[in-house]
Design a binder for this molecule. Structure first.
Ligand code: BYC
Ligand code: FE
Ligand code: FE
Length: 467
Protein backbone atom coordinates (compact mmCIF):
# COMPACT_ATOMS: atom_id res chain seq x y z
CA UNK A 1 0.00 0.00 0.00
CA UNK A 2 2.91 2.30 0.69
CA UNK A 3 4.05 2.04 -2.97
CA UNK A 4 1.15 4.34 -3.63
CA UNK A 5 2.76 7.17 -1.68
CA UNK A 6 4.45 9.54 -4.11
CA UNK A 7 7.61 10.81 -2.47
CA UNK A 8 11.12 12.11 -2.92
CA UNK A 9 12.36 11.07 0.51
CA UNK A 10 13.63 7.56 -0.43
CA UNK A 11 10.72 5.95 1.28
CA UNK A 12 11.59 2.70 -0.57
CA UNK A 13 14.85 2.27 1.25
CA UNK A 14 13.80 3.55 4.68
CA UNK A 15 12.31 0.53 6.44
CA UNK A 16 11.83 2.27 9.77
CA UNK A 17 9.85 5.12 8.22
CA UNK A 18 7.85 2.62 6.16
CA UNK A 19 6.86 0.70 9.27
CA UNK A 20 5.83 3.83 11.12
CA UNK A 21 3.76 5.14 8.21
CA UNK A 22 2.19 1.73 7.59
CA UNK A 23 0.82 1.78 11.11
CA UNK A 24 -0.35 5.35 10.87
CA UNK A 25 -1.96 5.22 7.42
CA UNK A 26 -5.07 3.15 8.35
CA UNK A 27 -5.75 5.50 11.25
CA UNK A 28 -5.41 8.43 8.89
CA UNK A 29 -7.92 6.88 6.48
CA UNK A 30 -10.33 6.23 9.34
CA UNK A 31 -9.95 9.83 10.40
CA UNK A 32 -10.66 10.97 6.82
CA UNK A 33 -13.79 8.82 6.61
CA UNK A 34 -15.01 9.90 10.02
CA UNK A 35 -14.42 13.66 9.97
CA UNK A 36 -13.29 14.45 6.42
CA UNK A 37 -15.77 15.80 3.85
CA UNK A 38 -19.23 14.43 4.52
CA UNK A 39 -20.54 12.66 1.41
CA UNK A 40 -18.96 12.83 -2.07
CA UNK A 41 -16.46 10.10 -1.17
CA UNK A 42 -17.56 7.89 -4.06
CA UNK A 43 -17.67 10.72 -6.58
CA UNK A 44 -14.81 11.42 -8.95
CA UNK A 45 -13.35 14.86 -8.41
CA UNK A 46 -11.00 16.67 -10.78
CA UNK A 47 -8.08 17.10 -8.38
CA UNK A 48 -4.47 18.18 -8.41
CA UNK A 49 -2.00 15.73 -6.89
CA UNK A 50 1.56 16.69 -5.96
CA UNK A 51 3.96 14.32 -7.69
CA UNK A 52 7.45 15.70 -7.20
CA UNK A 53 9.83 18.59 -7.60
CA UNK A 54 10.97 17.66 -11.13
CA UNK A 55 11.17 19.94 -14.12
CA UNK A 56 8.03 18.56 -15.76
CA UNK A 57 5.83 20.27 -13.16
CA UNK A 58 5.18 19.37 -9.56
CA UNK A 59 1.56 18.28 -9.83
CA UNK A 60 -0.90 16.64 -12.16
CA UNK A 61 -4.70 16.83 -12.53
CA UNK A 62 -7.08 13.95 -12.91
CA UNK A 63 -10.42 12.60 -11.73
CA UNK A 64 -10.03 10.70 -8.44
CA UNK A 65 -12.22 9.51 -5.62
CA UNK A 66 -11.05 11.30 -2.50
CA UNK A 67 -10.26 8.17 -0.44
CA UNK A 68 -7.96 7.07 -3.31
CA UNK A 69 -6.09 10.38 -3.32
CA UNK A 70 -2.34 9.80 -3.27
CA UNK A 71 -1.15 11.82 -0.31
CA UNK A 72 2.58 12.20 -0.91
CA UNK A 73 5.68 13.25 1.02
CA UNK A 74 7.97 15.82 -0.51
CA UNK A 75 10.98 17.93 0.27
CA UNK A 76 11.35 21.14 -1.70
CA UNK A 77 14.52 21.77 -3.68
CA UNK A 78 17.74 22.28 -1.68
CA UNK A 79 18.27 25.88 -0.66
CA UNK A 80 20.82 28.06 -2.33
CA UNK A 81 22.23 29.10 1.04
CA UNK A 82 24.87 26.69 2.28
CA UNK A 83 24.96 27.45 5.98
CA UNK A 84 22.80 28.79 8.81
CA UNK A 85 22.11 32.45 8.10
CA UNK A 86 20.30 33.90 11.13
CA UNK A 87 20.27 33.78 14.89
CA UNK A 88 23.16 32.78 17.14
CA UNK A 89 24.55 30.00 14.95
CA UNK A 90 25.22 31.92 11.73
CA UNK A 91 27.77 30.12 9.57
CA UNK A 92 27.19 26.69 11.10
CA UNK A 93 26.06 23.78 8.92
CA UNK A 94 22.30 23.21 8.45
CA UNK A 95 21.07 20.36 10.62
CA UNK A 96 20.08 17.06 8.99
CA UNK A 97 19.06 15.71 12.37
CA UNK A 98 17.36 17.35 15.31
CA UNK A 99 19.91 18.86 17.72
CA UNK A 100 19.27 17.53 21.23
CA UNK A 101 19.05 20.99 22.77
CA UNK A 102 16.23 22.11 20.43
CA UNK A 103 14.30 18.87 20.29
CA UNK A 104 11.46 20.06 22.48
CA UNK A 105 11.03 23.36 20.62
CA UNK A 106 11.17 21.80 17.17
CA UNK A 107 8.70 19.13 18.13
CA UNK A 108 6.35 21.77 19.46
CA UNK A 109 6.54 23.88 16.31
CA UNK A 110 5.96 20.87 14.07
CA UNK A 111 3.07 19.59 16.19
CA UNK A 112 1.44 23.04 16.28
CA UNK A 113 1.81 23.39 12.52
CA UNK A 114 0.59 19.84 11.89
CA UNK A 115 -2.42 20.20 14.16
CA UNK A 116 -3.90 23.05 12.12
CA UNK A 117 -4.06 20.97 8.92
CA UNK A 118 -6.59 18.28 9.95
CA UNK A 119 -8.40 20.90 12.05
CA UNK A 120 -9.29 22.87 8.93
CA UNK A 121 -10.58 19.75 7.15
CA UNK A 122 -12.78 18.91 10.14
CA UNK A 123 -14.22 22.42 10.37
CA UNK A 124 -15.07 22.38 6.65
CA UNK A 125 -16.60 18.92 6.51
CA UNK A 126 -20.21 19.89 5.82
CA UNK A 127 -19.62 22.61 3.24
CA UNK A 128 -19.95 20.31 0.23
CA UNK A 129 -23.67 20.19 0.91
CA UNK A 130 -24.14 23.88 0.17
CA UNK A 131 -21.55 24.50 -2.59
CA UNK A 132 -22.46 27.43 -4.85
CA UNK A 133 -21.14 25.65 -7.97
CA UNK A 134 -19.28 22.56 -9.15
CA UNK A 135 -16.00 24.40 -9.51
CA UNK A 136 -16.32 25.66 -5.93
CA UNK A 137 -17.14 22.14 -4.74
CA UNK A 138 -14.03 20.90 -6.45
CA UNK A 139 -11.94 23.73 -5.01
CA UNK A 140 -13.15 22.91 -1.49
CA UNK A 141 -12.08 19.28 -1.90
CA UNK A 142 -8.77 20.36 -3.43
CA UNK A 143 -8.06 22.43 -0.35
CA UNK A 144 -9.19 19.57 1.92
CA UNK A 145 -6.99 16.87 0.35
CA UNK A 146 -4.01 19.21 0.34
CA UNK A 147 -4.46 20.16 3.99
CA UNK A 148 -4.54 16.44 4.67
CA UNK A 149 -1.29 16.13 2.74
CA UNK A 150 0.16 18.87 4.92
CA UNK A 151 -0.68 16.67 7.89
CA UNK A 152 1.26 13.87 6.18
CA UNK A 153 4.16 16.25 5.71
CA UNK A 154 4.38 17.01 9.44
CA UNK A 155 3.79 13.37 10.38
CA UNK A 156 6.68 12.44 8.10
CA UNK A 157 8.95 14.76 10.13
CA UNK A 158 7.66 13.40 13.44
CA UNK A 159 8.11 9.78 12.36
CA UNK A 160 11.52 10.31 10.80
CA UNK A 161 13.20 12.52 13.37
CA UNK A 162 11.45 12.23 16.73
CA UNK A 163 11.35 8.50 17.51
CA UNK A 164 8.69 7.14 19.84
CA UNK A 165 7.60 10.63 20.96
CA UNK A 166 7.09 11.57 17.34
CA UNK A 167 4.90 8.54 16.72
CA UNK A 168 2.80 9.42 19.74
CA UNK A 169 2.39 12.98 18.54
CA UNK A 170 1.41 11.70 15.09
CA UNK A 171 -1.28 9.54 16.66
CA UNK A 172 -2.59 12.41 18.75
CA UNK A 173 -2.87 14.52 15.63
CA UNK A 174 -5.72 12.20 14.60
CA UNK A 175 -7.35 12.27 18.04
CA UNK A 176 -7.84 15.98 18.70
CA UNK A 177 -10.89 17.49 16.98
CA UNK A 178 -11.73 20.99 15.83
CA UNK A 179 -14.16 22.53 18.32
CA UNK A 180 -14.25 19.51 20.62
CA UNK A 181 -14.91 20.54 24.24
CA UNK A 182 -12.43 18.05 25.77
CA UNK A 183 -9.82 17.49 23.05
CA UNK A 184 -9.77 20.64 20.95
CA UNK A 185 -7.20 21.60 18.35
CA UNK A 186 -4.22 23.51 19.71
CA UNK A 187 -4.75 27.02 18.29
CA UNK A 188 -7.98 28.83 18.95
CA UNK A 189 -8.88 29.89 15.40
CA UNK A 190 -8.89 26.21 14.41
CA UNK A 191 -11.72 25.47 16.79
CA UNK A 192 -14.06 28.00 15.22
CA UNK A 193 -16.84 26.51 13.12
CA UNK A 194 -16.76 27.18 9.36
CA UNK A 195 -20.43 26.77 8.66
CA UNK A 196 -21.00 28.64 5.43
CA UNK A 197 -19.11 29.46 2.26
CA UNK A 198 -18.46 33.09 3.08
CA UNK A 199 -16.75 31.86 6.26
CA UNK A 200 -14.83 29.33 4.14
CA UNK A 201 -13.63 32.03 1.75
CA UNK A 202 -12.68 34.31 4.67
CA UNK A 203 -10.88 31.41 6.34
CA UNK A 204 -8.87 30.61 3.21
CA UNK A 205 -8.15 34.32 2.67
CA UNK A 206 -7.12 35.14 6.24
CA UNK A 207 -6.35 31.95 8.14
CA UNK A 208 -4.62 30.08 5.32
CA UNK A 209 -2.63 33.29 4.90
CA UNK A 210 -1.36 32.91 8.46
CA UNK A 211 -0.32 29.48 7.18
CA UNK A 212 1.61 31.12 4.36
CA UNK A 213 3.50 33.35 6.79
CA UNK A 214 4.18 30.64 9.38
CA UNK A 215 5.30 28.19 6.71
CA UNK A 216 7.51 30.86 5.14
CA UNK A 217 9.16 31.52 8.49
CA UNK A 218 9.67 27.77 9.06
CA UNK A 219 11.08 27.49 5.53
CA UNK A 220 14.02 29.56 6.85
CA UNK A 221 14.72 26.99 9.58
CA UNK A 222 18.23 25.69 10.22
CA UNK A 223 16.64 22.23 10.54
CA UNK A 224 16.84 21.46 6.85
CA UNK A 225 14.10 18.78 6.57
CA UNK A 226 11.62 21.22 8.13
CA UNK A 227 12.70 24.06 5.85
CA UNK A 228 12.38 21.95 2.72
CA UNK A 229 9.11 20.31 3.77
CA UNK A 230 7.46 23.67 4.40
CA UNK A 231 8.85 25.27 1.25
CA UNK A 232 7.10 22.55 -0.75
CA UNK A 233 3.84 23.11 1.14
CA UNK A 234 3.90 26.77 0.16
CA UNK A 235 3.34 25.78 -3.47
CA UNK A 236 -0.02 24.27 -2.58
CA UNK A 237 -0.84 27.12 -0.21
CA UNK A 238 -0.87 29.65 -3.05
CA UNK A 239 -3.99 28.00 -4.46
CA UNK A 240 -5.77 27.99 -1.09
CA UNK A 241 -5.18 31.71 -0.78
CA UNK A 242 -6.51 32.33 -4.28
CA UNK A 243 -9.66 30.35 -3.46
CA UNK A 244 -10.18 32.69 -0.51
CA UNK A 245 -9.36 35.96 -2.17
CA UNK A 246 -11.29 35.18 -5.35
CA UNK A 247 -14.19 33.66 -3.45
CA UNK A 248 -14.69 36.83 -1.44
CA UNK A 249 -14.08 38.90 -4.59
CA UNK A 250 -16.84 37.05 -6.45
CA UNK A 251 -19.19 37.52 -3.49
CA UNK A 252 -18.43 41.25 -3.52
CA UNK A 253 -18.86 41.43 -7.29
CA UNK A 254 -22.32 39.89 -7.12
CA UNK A 255 -23.35 42.23 -4.30
CA UNK A 256 -21.91 45.23 -6.16
CA UNK A 257 -23.77 44.34 -9.38
CA UNK A 258 -27.03 44.28 -7.46
CA UNK A 259 -26.29 47.51 -5.59
CA UNK A 260 -25.41 49.23 -8.85
CA UNK A 261 -28.81 48.20 -10.25
CA UNK A 262 -30.53 49.40 -7.10
CA UNK A 263 -31.57 45.90 -6.00
CA UNK A 264 -31.07 45.22 -2.27
CA UNK A 265 -28.76 42.15 -2.27
CA UNK A 266 -30.68 40.39 0.50
CA UNK A 267 -33.92 40.64 -1.51
CA UNK A 268 -32.53 38.13 -4.05
CA UNK A 269 -30.49 35.87 -1.77
CA UNK A 270 -27.18 37.72 -2.08
CA UNK A 271 -25.13 39.10 0.81
CA UNK A 272 -25.21 42.75 1.91
CA UNK A 273 -21.87 44.52 1.97
CA UNK A 274 -21.96 45.28 5.73
CA UNK A 275 -22.31 41.56 6.43
CA UNK A 276 -19.29 40.83 4.24
CA UNK A 277 -17.37 43.46 6.23
CA UNK A 278 -18.34 41.77 9.50
CA UNK A 279 -17.13 38.39 8.25
CA UNK A 280 -13.83 40.05 7.30
CA UNK A 281 -13.60 41.50 10.82
CA UNK A 282 -14.32 38.15 12.41
CA UNK A 283 -11.86 36.00 10.46
CA UNK A 284 -9.12 38.55 10.11
CA UNK A 285 -9.02 39.34 13.85
CA UNK A 286 -9.12 35.64 14.75
CA UNK A 287 -6.16 35.14 12.45
CA UNK A 288 -4.14 37.96 14.06
CA UNK A 289 -4.12 35.89 17.24
CA UNK A 290 -2.43 33.04 15.37
CA UNK A 291 0.79 35.02 15.26
CA UNK A 292 1.15 34.71 19.05
CA UNK A 293 2.07 37.58 21.35
CA UNK A 294 3.77 40.68 19.95
CA UNK A 295 6.24 40.47 22.83
CA UNK A 296 7.26 36.83 23.03
CA UNK A 297 10.17 35.06 24.67
CA UNK A 298 9.24 31.92 22.71
CA UNK A 299 9.68 33.86 19.48
CA UNK A 300 13.04 35.22 20.68
CA UNK A 301 14.22 31.71 21.51
CA UNK A 302 13.08 30.32 18.18
CA UNK A 303 14.94 33.09 16.35
CA UNK A 304 18.12 32.84 18.44
CA UNK A 305 18.23 29.08 17.93
CA UNK A 306 17.65 29.48 14.19
CA UNK A 307 14.44 27.43 14.26
CA UNK A 308 12.10 30.05 12.79
CA UNK A 309 13.10 33.16 10.83
CA UNK A 310 11.29 36.27 9.70
CA UNK A 311 9.38 36.45 6.42
CA UNK A 312 12.06 36.11 3.72
CA UNK A 313 14.80 36.10 6.35
CA UNK A 314 17.34 35.01 3.72
CA UNK A 315 16.63 38.12 1.64
CA UNK A 316 19.39 40.51 2.69
CA UNK A 317 17.51 43.53 1.37
CA UNK A 318 14.43 42.92 3.49
CA UNK A 319 16.35 41.69 6.52
CA UNK A 320 19.91 43.02 6.42
CA UNK A 321 20.68 42.23 10.07
CA UNK A 322 20.30 38.50 10.62
CA UNK A 323 21.27 38.62 14.29
CA UNK A 324 18.57 41.07 15.38
CA UNK A 325 20.41 41.79 18.62
CA UNK A 326 19.96 45.52 18.27
CA UNK A 327 16.97 47.69 17.73
CA UNK A 328 13.45 47.50 19.02
CA UNK A 329 9.90 47.30 17.79
CA UNK A 330 7.61 49.98 19.15
CA UNK A 331 3.94 49.51 19.83
CA UNK A 332 1.41 51.87 21.41
CA UNK A 333 -0.65 50.27 24.14
CA UNK A 334 -3.43 51.98 26.10
CA UNK A 335 -2.77 51.38 29.78
CA UNK A 336 -3.67 53.15 33.01
CA UNK A 337 -5.85 55.60 31.13
CA UNK A 338 -3.29 56.73 28.55
CA UNK A 339 -1.30 55.62 25.53
CA UNK A 340 2.07 54.19 26.46
CA UNK A 341 4.93 53.27 24.18
CA UNK A 342 6.24 49.72 24.46
CA UNK A 343 9.77 49.14 23.21
CA UNK A 344 10.09 45.46 22.45
CA UNK A 345 13.64 44.20 21.81
CA UNK A 346 13.68 43.03 18.20
CA UNK A 347 14.14 39.32 18.86
CA UNK A 348 11.19 39.29 21.22
CA UNK A 349 9.12 41.08 18.56
CA UNK A 350 9.45 38.47 15.79
CA UNK A 351 5.74 37.60 15.99
CA UNK A 352 4.86 41.29 15.61
CA UNK A 353 7.18 41.60 12.60
CA UNK A 354 5.54 38.59 10.96
CA UNK A 355 2.08 39.97 11.71
CA UNK A 356 3.00 43.28 10.06
CA UNK A 357 4.10 41.47 6.90
CA UNK A 358 0.82 39.55 6.99
CA UNK A 359 -1.30 42.69 7.35
CA UNK A 360 0.46 44.25 4.37
CA UNK A 361 -0.36 41.16 2.32
CA UNK A 362 -4.02 41.19 3.44
CA UNK A 363 -4.25 44.85 2.45
CA UNK A 364 -3.18 44.06 -1.10
CA UNK A 365 -6.20 41.76 -1.30
CA UNK A 366 -8.47 44.39 0.25
CA UNK A 367 -7.38 46.92 -2.37
CA UNK A 368 -8.32 44.52 -5.15
CA UNK A 369 -11.72 43.98 -3.52
CA UNK A 370 -12.27 47.71 -3.27
CA UNK A 371 -11.37 47.97 -6.96
CA UNK A 372 -14.43 45.82 -7.68
CA UNK A 373 -16.68 48.22 -5.74
CA UNK A 374 -15.11 51.10 -7.64
CA UNK A 375 -15.69 49.43 -11.01
CA UNK A 376 -19.39 49.26 -10.13
CA UNK A 377 -19.41 52.97 -9.31
CA UNK A 378 -19.94 52.43 -5.61
CA UNK A 379 -18.35 54.65 -2.98
CA UNK A 380 -18.48 52.09 -0.14
CA UNK A 381 -15.14 50.56 0.83
CA UNK A 382 -14.08 47.48 2.79
CA UNK A 383 -11.27 47.54 5.32
CA UNK A 384 -9.25 45.37 7.68
CA UNK A 385 -9.89 45.60 11.42
CA UNK A 386 -7.12 47.13 13.52
CA UNK A 387 -4.63 44.58 14.86
CA UNK A 388 -5.78 45.68 18.32
CA UNK A 389 -9.39 44.68 17.67
CA UNK A 390 -10.89 41.58 19.29
CA UNK A 391 -7.59 40.14 20.46
CA UNK A 392 -7.33 37.20 22.84
CA UNK A 393 -3.54 36.86 22.58
CA UNK A 394 -0.76 39.43 22.97
CA UNK A 395 -0.33 42.98 24.25
CA UNK A 396 -3.79 44.13 23.14
CA UNK A 397 -5.70 41.30 24.77
CA UNK A 398 -6.00 42.95 28.19
CA UNK A 399 -8.65 45.48 27.28
CA UNK A 400 -11.08 46.11 24.43
CA UNK A 401 -10.21 48.28 21.44
CA UNK A 402 -12.66 49.25 18.74
CA UNK A 403 -12.46 48.30 15.08
CA UNK A 404 -10.14 51.25 14.37
CA UNK A 405 -7.88 50.44 17.33
CA UNK A 406 -9.13 53.09 19.75
CA UNK A 407 -9.53 52.08 23.38
CA UNK A 408 -13.07 51.56 24.58
CA UNK A 409 -14.79 50.80 27.85
CA UNK A 410 -15.46 47.11 28.45
CA UNK A 411 -19.08 48.10 29.17
CA UNK A 412 -19.49 49.46 25.61
CA UNK A 413 -18.29 46.26 24.03
CA UNK A 414 -21.52 44.30 24.04
CA UNK A 415 -23.60 47.06 22.49
CA UNK A 416 -21.01 47.74 19.76
CA UNK A 417 -20.35 44.11 18.97
CA UNK A 418 -23.15 43.71 16.43
CA UNK A 419 -21.80 46.67 14.46
CA UNK A 420 -18.49 44.92 13.89
CA UNK A 421 -19.03 41.20 14.23
CA UNK A 422 -21.67 39.02 12.55
CA UNK A 423 -24.80 38.65 14.64
CA UNK A 424 -26.95 35.55 14.78
CA UNK A 425 -29.26 37.22 12.26
CA UNK A 426 -26.31 37.85 9.90
CA UNK A 427 -25.24 34.20 10.08
CA UNK A 428 -28.79 33.13 9.38
CA UNK A 429 -29.09 35.46 6.41
CA UNK A 430 -25.84 34.09 4.95
CA UNK A 431 -26.86 30.51 5.60
CA UNK A 432 -30.21 31.05 3.92
CA UNK A 433 -28.36 32.21 0.77
CA UNK A 434 -26.29 29.03 0.61
CA UNK A 435 -28.37 26.89 -1.73
CA UNK A 436 -26.37 24.12 -3.38
CA UNK A 437 -25.83 24.29 -7.15
CA UNK A 438 -24.32 21.19 -8.77
CA UNK A 439 -24.94 21.85 -12.46
CA UNK A 440 -21.83 22.58 -14.55
CA UNK A 441 -21.37 26.30 -15.14
CA UNK A 442 -24.32 27.40 -12.95
CA UNK A 443 -23.77 29.58 -9.87
CA UNK A 444 -25.77 30.28 -6.73
CA UNK A 445 -27.27 33.75 -6.80
CA UNK A 446 -25.00 35.20 -4.10
CA UNK A 447 -21.78 34.77 -6.03
CA UNK A 448 -20.43 35.85 -9.43
CA UNK A 449 -18.79 33.20 -11.64
CA UNK A 450 -15.00 32.91 -11.53
CA UNK A 451 -13.18 34.50 -14.46
CA UNK A 452 -11.31 31.31 -15.23
CA UNK A 453 -11.43 27.58 -14.66
CA UNK A 454 -8.93 25.27 -12.94
CA UNK A 455 -6.38 22.74 -14.18
CA UNK A 456 -6.73 23.71 -17.83
CA UNK A 457 -10.52 23.33 -17.93
CA UNK A 458 -13.12 26.02 -18.60
CA UNK A 459 -15.41 27.30 -15.82
CA UNK A 460 -18.43 25.26 -16.98
CA UNK A 461 -16.66 21.87 -16.91
CA UNK A 462 -17.91 18.84 -15.09
CA UNK A 463 -15.44 19.17 -12.21
CA UNK A 464 -17.23 16.51 -10.19
CA UNK A 465 -18.56 13.29 -11.75
CA UNK A 466 -21.29 12.06 -9.45
CA UNK A 467 -21.48 8.30 -9.13
N1 BYC B 1 -3.97 29.98 20.46
O1 BYC B 1 5.01 33.45 23.12
P1 BYC B 1 3.61 33.48 22.61
C1 BYC B 1 -1.91 26.88 8.86
C2 BYC B 1 0.26 30.16 23.42
S1 BYC B 1 -1.87 28.16 10.01
C3 BYC B 1 -3.62 29.25 21.56
O2 BYC B 1 2.90 34.74 22.65
P2 BYC B 1 4.54 31.97 20.37
C4 BYC B 1 -3.20 26.54 8.26
C5 BYC B 1 1.68 29.69 23.11
O3 BYC B 1 1.69 28.35 22.66
C6 BYC B 1 -0.19 28.18 10.61
N2 BYC B 1 -2.47 29.39 22.22
O4 BYC B 1 3.52 32.91 21.15
C7 BYC B 1 -4.14 27.51 7.96
C8 BYC B 1 2.37 29.91 24.43
O5 BYC B 1 2.13 28.82 25.30
P3 BYC B 1 3.15 28.53 26.53
C9 BYC B 1 0.06 27.28 11.81
C10 BYC B 1 -1.60 30.31 21.78
O6 BYC B 1 4.72 30.69 21.09
C11 BYC B 1 -5.36 27.16 7.42
C12 BYC B 1 1.71 31.13 25.01
O7 BYC B 1 0.43 31.21 24.36
N3 BYC B 1 1.44 27.20 12.09
O8 BYC B 1 -0.92 26.30 8.58
O9 BYC B 1 5.71 32.71 19.92
C13 BYC B 1 -5.65 25.83 7.15
C14 BYC B 1 2.51 32.37 24.73
O10 BYC B 1 2.77 32.41 23.35
C15 BYC B 1 -1.86 31.11 20.66
C16 BYC B 1 2.05 27.71 13.17
O11 BYC B 1 1.43 28.26 14.04
C17 BYC B 1 -3.10 30.91 19.99
N4 BYC B 1 -3.44 31.63 18.88
O12 BYC B 1 3.69 31.80 19.01
C18 BYC B 1 -4.72 24.86 7.46
C19 BYC B 1 3.54 27.58 13.26
N5 BYC B 1 -0.82 31.92 20.46
O13 BYC B 1 4.53 28.49 25.96
C20 BYC B 1 -3.50 25.20 8.00
C21 BYC B 1 4.03 26.94 14.51
C22 BYC B 1 0.05 31.67 21.42
O14 BYC B 1 2.96 29.64 27.50
N6 BYC B 1 3.65 27.65 15.71
N7 BYC B 1 -0.40 30.69 22.23
O15 BYC B 1 2.67 27.18 27.03
C23 BYC B 1 4.29 28.76 16.17
O16 BYC B 1 5.20 29.24 15.55
C24 BYC B 1 3.87 29.34 17.48
O17 BYC B 1 3.42 28.29 18.28
C25 BYC B 1 2.77 30.42 17.41
C26 BYC B 1 2.63 31.04 18.82
C27 BYC B 1 3.11 31.44 16.35
C28 BYC B 1 1.41 29.81 17.09
FE1 FE C 1 -1.88 23.66 5.10
FE1 FE D 1 -3.89 25.91 3.25
Amino acid sequence: MLDAIPNNVNLDSDKRLQRALMQWQPDFLNWWREVGPEGFQQDRIYLRTAIGVGEGGWAHYDYVKMPDYRWGIFLGKPRKEEAIYFGDNIGGAFWDQVPGEFRKELRRLIVTQGDTEPASVEAQRLLGQSAPSLIDLRNLFQVNVEEARHLWAMVYLLHSYFGANGREEADEMLERRSGHPDRPRILQAFNKPIDDWLAFFCFTMFTDRDGKYQLASLAESSFDPLARTTSFMLQEEAFHLSVGERGVARTIRRTAQLMEQGTPPESVGAIPLPVIQKYINEWCSASYDLFGGEDSSNAANYFAAGLKGRFKESDGKLNPDHRALEGAYTAEVFEDGRWQTREIPLRRAMNACLLDAYVEDCNRGLNRWNGILDSHHLTERLSLPSTRFNRRVGIFADRPYDIAGNPMEPAELESKRAEWMPSQADYELVRASMVPVYEPGKMANWIAPPDKGVGGKPVDSEYVLFH
